[in-house]
Design a binder for this molecule. Structure first.
Ligand code: F6R
Length: 610
C-alpha cells in the first residue's frame, strides 16, 4: 500500500502535493518523492524516510514550481526503502516520471525484456518497468502510452504519470489499487484516497478498474484501455477530514478489519502460478537448503505467535517435518537443540520486536537457516534473515493486529505449501486445489465481514460480561487464542484462549452462569470432539457462542445460544475466515464500553524492549 497524489492547476503544486502526502501517510511512510513539470523541464526530488525528510530535501533543492506535479509516499513491496527506490521513477531519457501504488506481478519478465531492448534500470523496484514501458510509447500520446503500459503489466496498478512533451497533463490509470479524482475550480487533483484533497474540494470521481484518465486544470476525461471515452460520474463527499482519513470508518481498527480481503489478495498476488504452483521468487533461498532441512522452529510473539501455532499444524501436516513453536522470549533461554539442518522461521509484523530478533540471532549463531516473515520491507528481521517473505498488508495504524494477522496466516500457508512442493511431500494436484482455495479467501473474508451486524448485536448484550473463554482444537485453537487476545487488549475483559480438550483438566471449574464460552469448530477432523467439549461448558451453565461453517449449523442448534456461520474452507485455511467474527466481537464490545480501540492502554505497536 502506498499513497499517490497529483495536481494540475494555478497554485504552486509543491505545497499541494506535500499537504496531500501528509494526509496519505497512513498508507505508507518509508520514503517519499515528488516530480514537477515546468515547461519542458522535469524535476524529481525523493528521499528515504518520512515526508518531513522529503520537505527538507525539497527546500534544499529548490525545484521549479510549474503547474503540474505528482507525489508519492511509499510502503515498500519490491526493493528496500532507500532514496533510489523511492518514487517517482523515471525512464532512460529523464522525460517521463511515474508514481505507482500496487504490485507489477510480471515485473521480472518485463524488466529482462526491456533491458534486452536497451533500457537502463537504476532501482530495484517493480515500478521502474512502467516508466520504461511508457518511454517505449514516446511516439504515442501520453494517454495511449500509459494504456499500452497497462496492457503489458499484470497485477495491481494505480499510476500517475507525467511527460515533459505534454506539460499541462497528468495521466492516471487504475487496476486493483484505488484512485480518485478531485474536481476543483480550474484545478484538478488525483489521489489514492480522498483526504489528500478534501480541504480543496468535495467533488470527486472514483476511477474504475482498467481505466486511463487525462487530468488537466480544466477537468478530466476517462478512457478504457482501447481509448474509448467513458462517462464521468461525480459525487459529493459529506465526511469531515478525520473521518475521511479512516475511509469513513470510526476507527482505524475497523477500517483495517474491513481491508482484509484486499490485504489477503495482495499477499497472494504473484505468488501462485497457473496449475497451482507456488512461486515464492523473493525467498531467494536455494531449494537444496530447504530439501536438507530436518526440523523446523517457528518463533514469534503475541498475535504473530498465533500465526506460528497455525504454521506448526500446516508444516507438519503438509511436509511431515517435525515443527516446534516458541514464544520468542522463551526460545533462546530454553537452550533449543538447533543445528545447520534446522530451519527457523521468525514471524513479526513490525520486524523490530526485540524478542523475535534475539531468537533469530540465536538461531543464526547455531548455523540454522532463518526465514523472516514480516510486514515491513527492510525491517531488522528482514535484514537479518537469510530469506524473507513479506505479508503486504500495508501499514497497520490500530495497535491491535488484524489484517497483519490474517495475512501472516496466508503467508505461512503459502510457505507450508511451498516447502511441500519443494520437498515433494504433497502431490501437485492437492497443492493446486489448496492454491485455488487460497485464492478464494479474499471473497470469503468479504462474506464473513457481513456478520458485523450480528457481532455488534451480540457485543451489545455481552458488553458487561466479565469472563470469556475461547475454545478450539487443531487449527481452531490459534483462532480461539487470537479471539481471546483481541478481547483482552482492546476491551480489557478477562478472556482465556484454551485448547477445547484441555478445559476438563482444570479451567472448567471457572465455568458457571454468566460466563460466555466461544467455541470455534471449523476444523472438520476435530469438529465433533470440540462440540462434545462445548456440551460440557453448556452443562456448567456457560452461555455458548459457536463459530461454524455453512452446512454444519444444524449440528449446533441445540447447543449454542448464538451461532455465527462462515463459508466453508479446507482445514487450516479456515483460520483466516474464522478469526474475523472474533475481531468484530472484540471491537464492538470495546466500543460499547467506550474505549479507545486504536490506542489501547499499556500497549505499543512495536515492542523493542525485552
Ligand atoms: C496484538 C499485537 C501484539 C503483537 C506482538 C508482536 O494485537 O499486536 O501481540 O502481535 O507485539 O508484534 P510483531 O508481530 O510486530 O513482532
Amino acid at each position: 500500500m502506498c499513497g499517490i497524489v497529483g495536481y494540475v492547476g494555478p497554485r504552486p503544486p509543491l505545497q499541494v502535493l506535500i499537504d496531500g502526502l501528509h494526509r496519505l501517510e497512513y498508507r505508507g511512510y518509508d520514503s517519499a518523492g515528488v516530480a514537477l513539470v515546468d515547461g519542458s523541464r522535469l524535476s524529481v526530488v525523493k528521499r528515504a524516510g518520512r515526508i518531513a525528510d522529503l520537505e527538507e530535501a525539497v527546500a534544499a533543492a529548490e525545484p521549479p514550481e510549474g503547474r503540474v506535479g505528482v507525489g508519492h509516499t511509499r510502503w515498500a513491496t519490491h526493493g528496500a526503502p532507500t532514496t533510489l527506490n523511492a518514487h517517482p521513477h523515471t525512464d532512460c531519457t529523464g522525460t517521463v516520471a511515474v508514481v505507482h501504488n500496487g504490485i507489477v506481478e510480471n515485473w521480472a519478465e518485463l524488466k529482462s525484456e526491456l533491458i534486452r531492448r536497451g533500457h537502463r534500470f537504476i532501482s530495484d523496484t517493480d515500478t521502474e518497468v512502467i516508466a520504461h514501458l511508457v518511454e517505449e510509447g514516446s511516439d504515442l500520446s501520453l494517454v495511449e502510452a500509459v494504456a499500452e503500459a497497462m496492457k503489458a503489466a499484470e497485477g495491481a496498478l494505480a499510476l500517475a504519470v507525467v511527460r515533459t512533451d505534454q506539460p499541462g497533463l497528468i495521466v492516471g490509470a487504475r487496476r486493483g489499487s484505488p484512485l480518485v479524482v478531485g474536481l476543483g475550480e480550474s484545478e484538478t487533483f488525483l489521489a489514492s484516497d480522498i483526504p489528500a484533497f478534501l480541504s480543496h474540494t468535495r467533488r470527486v470521481v472514483v476511477i474504475e478498474d482498467d481505466r486511463v484518465i487525462e487530468i488537466r486544470d480544466g477537468g478530466v476525461r476517462i478512457f478504457d484501455l482501447d481509448g474509448v471515452e467513458q462517462p464521468l460520474v461525480e459525487k459529493v463527499i459529506e465526511w469531515d477530514l478525520a473521518a475521511a482519513e479512516r475511509g469513513g470508518y470510526p476507527t482505524f481498527m475497523l477500517k483495517e478489519i474491513h481491508e482484509q480481503p484486499q490485504a489477503i489478495a495482495d499477499t497472494l498476488r504473484g505468488r501462485t502460478a497457473d496449475g497451482g504452483v507456488i512461486a515464492l521468487r523473493e525467498l531467494e533461498l536455494p531449494e537444496q537448503i530447504l530439501r536438507m532441512v530436518d526440523k523446523v522452529f517457528v518463533v514469534a510473539c503475541g498475535t504473530s505467535y498465533h500465526a506460528a501455532m497455525m504454521a506448526k499444524y500446516a508444516i507438519e501436516r503438509w511436509t511431515r517435518l517435525p515443527t516446534e513453536i516458541d514464544i520468542a522470549s522463551e526460545f533462546r533461554y530454553r537452550d533449543p537443540v538447533l543445528d545447520g539442518r534446522s530451519l527457523v522461521i521468525g514471524i513479526s509484523q513490525s520486524g523490530e520486536t526485540i524478542d523475535t530478533l534475539a531468537a533469530v540471532r540465536y538461531a543464526k549463531a547455531q548455523r540454522s537457516t532463518v526465514i523472516g516473515v514480516s510486514n515491513v520491507v527492510d525491517s531488522a528481521l528482514a535484514r537479518e534473515s537469510d530469506a524473507v517473505l513479506y505479508t503486504r498488508a500495508g501499514p497497520e495504524i490500530g495497535v491491535a493486529a488484524t489484517k497483519t494477522f490474517t495475512t501472516q496466516l496466508v503467508a505461512m500457508q503459502l510457505l507450508g505449501l511451498y516447502l511441500a512442493q519443494v520437498r515433494g511431500t504433497m502431490d501437485p494436484g492437492t497443492i493446486g486445489l489448496l492454491v485455488a482455495e487460497l485464492q478464494a479467501l479474499p471473497d470469503k473474508v468479504g462474506k464473513v465481514l457481513q456478520t458485523e451486524p450480528q457481532m455488534e448485536d451480540m457485543a451489545r448484550r455481552f458488553a458487561q460480561v466479565r469472563d470469556f473463554f475461547f475454545l478450539g482444537r487443531s487449527g481452531d485453537f490459534p483462532v480461539a487464542m487470537e479471539g481471546a487476545l483481541k478481547l483482552k487488549e482492546i476491551a480489557y475483559v478477562r478472556a482465556e484462549g484454551y485448547a477445547a480438550g484441555e478445559m476438563k483438566h482444570g479451567p472448567i471449574a471457572l465455568v458457571e452462569p454468566g460466563v460466555v464460552v466461544v467455541g470455534v469448530a471449523t476444523d472438520s477432523h476435530v469438529r465433533q470432539k470440540t462440540l462434545s467439549n462445548m456440551e460440557e461448558m453448556k452443562a456448567r451453565g456457560g452461555t455458548i457462542v459457536m463459530v461454524v461453517e455453512e452446512g454444519t449449523e444444524d449440528e449446533v442448534s441445540g447447543l449454542a445460544d448464538e451461532v455465527v456461520v462462515i463459508p466453508q474452507s479446507p482445514d487450516l485455511l479456515c483460520t483466516v475466515t474464522a478469526v474475523v467474527p472474533l475481531q468484530l466481537l472484540a471491537y464492538h464490545i470495546a466500543t460499547q464500553r467506550g474505549l479507545d480501540v486504536d490506542k489501547p492502554r499499556n500497549l505499543a505497536k512495536t515492542v523493542t524492549v525485552e
